[in-house]
Design a protein around this ligand. Sequence first.
Ligand code: NZQ
Ligand code: ZN
Length: 397
Amino acid sequence: MFGSIFNSLESFLIMQNFTYYNPVRIVFGRNSIARLPDLIDAQKRILFLYGGGSIRKNGVYDQVRQALQGRALVEFAGIEPNPRYETLMRAVALAKTEKIDFLLAVGGGSVLDGSKFVAAAVRFAGKDPWDILNKQAPVRDALPLGTVLTLPATGSEMNGFAVISRDSSQEKLAFGSEKVYPRFSILDPAVTQSLPRDQVANGIVDTFVHVMEQYMTFPVNAPLQDRQAEAIWLTLIERAPAILKEPVDLDERAVYMWCATQALNGLIGCGVPQDWTTHQIGHELTAFYGIAHAPSLALVLPAVLRSQRDRKKEKLHQYGERVWGIRETGTDSLDAAIDHTRDFFESLGVPVRLKDYNITDRHFSAIVDRFSQRGSKLGEHGDISSEKVAEILQMIA
Ligand code: NZQ
Ligand code: ZN
């Protein structure tokens, strides 16, 4: 008995045990799409998956076709933002009939995530691939996958996660597996030139919040991870105006691209407690209201921090001091750190209030019911119940 009390006290003070594995080969820089032939075996039958057509307008499609001239290549277009299960199952059928043995995902997080699901679903031994998301059925095998990233934000290019939406049940669910780590990801900052300003602002917010979910808990002895996380925030805050500037400065886009990858490739999360409450609630706002991923986080994060302010006070204080230069201590300084965060999102032009979308609280009770049915206990202490979620939602109304 004393042992378990001692262990639980200790777990608040020392870095947690961890295994870090990340096999993704990153090919970074200008003209790197031309490297594709070296990265995919010549005999592979490739399924080239992409989204709604941005790559046809900005020349990325042509660069990929040119690089893979003479290769066996089948295309699947039309993976939508918040990739839909219904669409992806059509890609699964195509991959099977065409006897595909390599997937090439070219696009933003949605195309990459969708392709990860296709990779897992094609080789899924169970009856219904939806179980991978709904029941967390284990992914024992997957088609190999490579990516060309066109929107820095999600970190999907260097992690084993994917988030998939299903229209028929208004669900947005995640899965993770080592089997769907990309074999390689090509990161050419030049492809971001065609991004609308809002998508870049969203990418900065998503990156910022990924760092937050892995940092804003309670202190363990992990000074390196803390400072790696703070380095990503400080870089984003310092460079955001230059990243968003027109005409596009490709050197600044390179900075942005690498920040986004580093924020969710698992490194800063090694050995530290995490709290993905903002993402969990944000996914429900996307599922019920259609709010895009990063804007959903900009709405939810300040409310989560306010609601958990006292539980997170040590890290919130450290964040306020090191990232925003707040020297004072006490409750006001914690509120100031939260205000700075919200103001930063607003300064990028990302709305921080539900009414900015002309949306009411009509789906809140359905969202709360969902957390209640799942028996979710969110937060680093597992104590954010569905009642607490209801309070958080009221704070953003
Ligand atoms: O579909 P196309 O025509 O390509 O247009 C896309 C889309 O409309 C466009 N776009 C992408 N690259 C472009 C471009 N437009 C012009 N120039 C370019 N270079 O941008 C739009 C949004 O794309 P999308 O892929 O949906 O955005 P994002 O990268 O933000 O991905 C969001 C999805 O990723 C999930 C989110 O939940 C959401 O479903 N996430 C995945 C994570 C992961 N795998 O680890 C973690 C994240 O927290 C997140 O949950
Ligand atoms: Zn995210």
